[in-house]
Design a protein around this ligand. Structure first.
Ligand SMILES: [Cu+2]
Length: 302
């Protein structure tokens, strides 16, 4: 399956301190070649540190991304720059590992004339289902297979930010948004292909489509003992509307000089206030928490 990781000091991952990981295992449908990871991210022309200062006191929501990147590249609002390219050979099947590594954008994606056979949802191999469009929340991954069975040419891989729950300045520029599927033997030019109407909503794939290939049931016995984690937010009027996410009513405050794991390794349980540590007493046991937003702002990345 497909993973990714990101830096967690302040908002620094917004500057691109992220990486992708592949852990090999059996796939639930066959393909010829793995095209690897395809990270999608919103992109800001100011640094994450600059924007974080603004965002913490914003009363109008988070800053608007200027653009987004597909595998690290895209054209600007002025049409400068390059689209990412995926190179294929006719009559082969390809696996593509799509990841949304954004700070603030949902994305819907589709490939003109090439429906997706979806084989994993996050890290879980699923029973394959076919769709012409998928939507990814922040952090989500879908591995898909496409069959290069169309006329040799160039086809748009369309990427649409979810404007129902966020913004992106590039959506206002009237440019094609996404990347290019390029067949071996086709000219080196932008596609003229047409495709489906892209979703702008921020939705999950239907849960009926997401059926694990190997079911792993949570024991009924732990359901009654499930803990609850409440996510909320607060803007402090006494500190220029300083915005903080809250976990069970407190912001998660980390003392960088005294990391949680180091405390544990030292044999201590003194985690300090607002660490929000959940202890699991039994090794190899089952623990279940309901994590829920009790606010009108959906928190995509707890
Ligand atoms: Cu994170």
């Amino acid at each position: 399956g497909t993973w990714w990781y990101h830096w967690h000091w302040s908002a620094q991952y917004g500057d691109g301190v992220v990486g992708t990981m592949i852990i090999d295992g059996p796939a639930t449908s066959n393909y010829d070649e793995d095209l690897g990871t395809l990270p999608l991210t919103d992109w800001y022309y100011k640094t994450a540190f600059e924007l974080n200062e603004v965002a913490q006191h914003s009363t109008t929501g988070p800053p608007t991304p200027d653009n987004f990147l597909v595998n690290g590249t895209h054209v600007s609002g002025e049409g400068v720059g390059e689209y990412a390219k995926m190179n294929v050979v006719k009559n082969k099947k390809y696996r593509i590992r799509i990841i949304n590594t954004s700070v603030d954008n949902y994305f819907s994606v589709s490939m003109d004339g090439h429906p997706f056979t979806v084989i994993t949802s996050d890290f879980v191999p699923i029973k394959p289902y076919v769709t012409d469009q998928i939507t990814l929340a922040i952090g989500q991954r879908y591995d898909v297979i496409i069959s290069a069975n169309q006329t040799v040419g160039n086809y748009w891989f369309r990427v649409q930010p979810g404007t129902a729950c966020g913004r992106n300045d590039i959506t206002t520029k009237g440019l094609p948004m996404g990347a290019i599927l390029h067949y071996d033997g086709a000219p080196d030019s932008n596609p003229e292909s047409t495709g489906v109407t892209m979703r702008t909503t921020c939705v999950d794939e239907p849960t009926t489509s997401l059926v694990p290939f190997v079911p792993n049931e949570v024991p009924q016995s732990v359901v009654g003992e499930a803990g609850e984690i409440d996510l909320n937010h607060f803007a402090d009027p006494n500190r220029n509307n300083l915005f903080r996410w809250l976990i069970d009513g407190t912001p998660h405050i980390v003392n960088w000089n005294d990391p949680t794991l180091e405390t544990i390794m030292a044999g201590s349980q003194e985690f300090g206030p607002n660490s929000n540590v959940r202890s699991m007493q039994e090794k190899d046991g089952w623990y279940l928490w309901w994590i829920q937003s009790t606010t009108f702002i959906q928190l995509p990345h707890p």
